[in-house]
Design a protein around this ligand. Structure first.
Ligand code: SF4
Length: 330
């Protein structure tokens, strides 16, 4: 059922929000166009209705198979189509992955995400990835993988191994998508999300800000995410990390306030989801990150690297959470 006030899905009188799957582009644009402080205030209210605002969930992301990817995502240094200095490597061994997972757990991470630069996994890869999922689960951590497109049978196998989350991003709006990726369609992404859902795996799905898209595209991306049949449980919002050698190396910088707006709009439209402040934190001031937390971000990745791009070290992250009086969720 739609909420009424201002067409924003939010009641000024009560601050009440509820899950909707019928957002229009106009409504979401109207949110983006609110005065900044009003938007952040509303998002902060929605956040407080649904979560403890002092808690931040912490995930660690490990690249288990780096580089040599046949896809052409214009932001990605792992694409074999660009010369971004990332060497193609083989799938990591089970022992090496579990050693990283133990270290992440010792550092306070509750979820261990494993990413492979594949268009889709081959069946022989599935045995190895399933063993990794089982091993990480045995350590008592939540598991997440991102492996590209999946068939229904593969999704079921991952579920059988105990997978908690599958990450597959929509990246941007359907209209802008073709500017960024030509080797895989938007519909193929939606189809993968469907098979993941059908298999009973939680969905982690978000996008990237700063690839040259306009505010209408940002609204289109949020509409695509918020109108999925079930909201993704995790919504990573990434700031583009510009990598030399990729087509987006010289993309114009995003105004930090515009990035915070995207976080706030994700929070308002997907009130029950974890909104993850993901790639791009390395170049983000502490003040911008604090505004993101205020606007409803309640999850971060930590670790020195996000797949192949830099990320603030753990000590810096913990020091920031400490300064802000935030704590990692258990
Ligand atoms: S984002 Fe993923 S699918 Fe796209 S090129 Fe990089 S590794 Fe491949």
């Amino acid at each position: 059922m739609a909420l009424t006030e201002n067409g924003t899905g939010f009641s000024l009188a009560t601050g009440f929000s509820q899950l909707r799957h019928d957002w229009t582009r106009e409504e979401v644009r109207a949110l983006f166009e609110l005065p900044f402080t009003e938007l952040v205030f509303r998002a902060a209210q929605v956040h407080r209705q649904n979560f403890d605002p002092a808690e931040v969930q912490i995930s660690t992301l490990l690249s288990i198979k780096t580089g040599g990817c046949p896809e052409d995502c214009a932001y990605c240094p792992q694409s074999a189509k660009y010369d971004a200095g990332v060497k193609a490597e083989k799938l990591m061994s089970l022992d090496a992955v579990l050693a990283e997972a133990r270290a992440a757990k010792a550092g306070g991470a509750t979820r261990f995400c494993m990413g492979a630069a594949w268009r889709e996994p081959k069946d022989r890869d599935m045995d190895k990835v399933c063993a990794m999922i089982e091993g990480v689960r045995d350590l008592g951590m939540e598991t997440c993988v991102t492996l590209g497109m999946l068939t229904q049978a593969q999704a079921r196998r991952l579920k059988g191994a105990g997978l908690d989350y599958y990450n597959h991003n929509l990246d941007t709006s359907p209209e802008f998508y073709g500017e960024i990726i030509t080797t895989r369609t938007y519909q193929e992404r939606l189809d993968t999300l469907d098979v993941v859902r059908e298999a009973g795996i939680h969905v982690c799905c978000g996008g990237i800000v700063g690839m040259g898209e306009d505010v209408d595209d940002r609204a289109g991306m949020i509409v695509a995410l918020a109108n999925l049949p079930v909201h993704p449980e995790s919504v990573p919002i990434n700031m583009l990390v510009k990598v030399e050698g990729t087509p987006l190396a010289d993309a114009a910088a995003v105004d930090p306030f515009d990035f915070v707006r995207a976080i706030a709009v994700a929070r308002i439209t997907m009130p029950g989801s974890m909104v993850r402040l993901s790639a791009g934190r390395e170049d983000m001031s502490e003040e911008t990150q604090a505004l993101c937390f205020l606007a409803g971000a309640n999850s971060i990745f930590y670790g020195p690297k996000l797949l192949t791009t830099p990320n603030p070290g753990r000590d810096r992250d913990m020091a920031l959470l400490d300064k802000l009086g935030l704590r990692p969720s258990l």
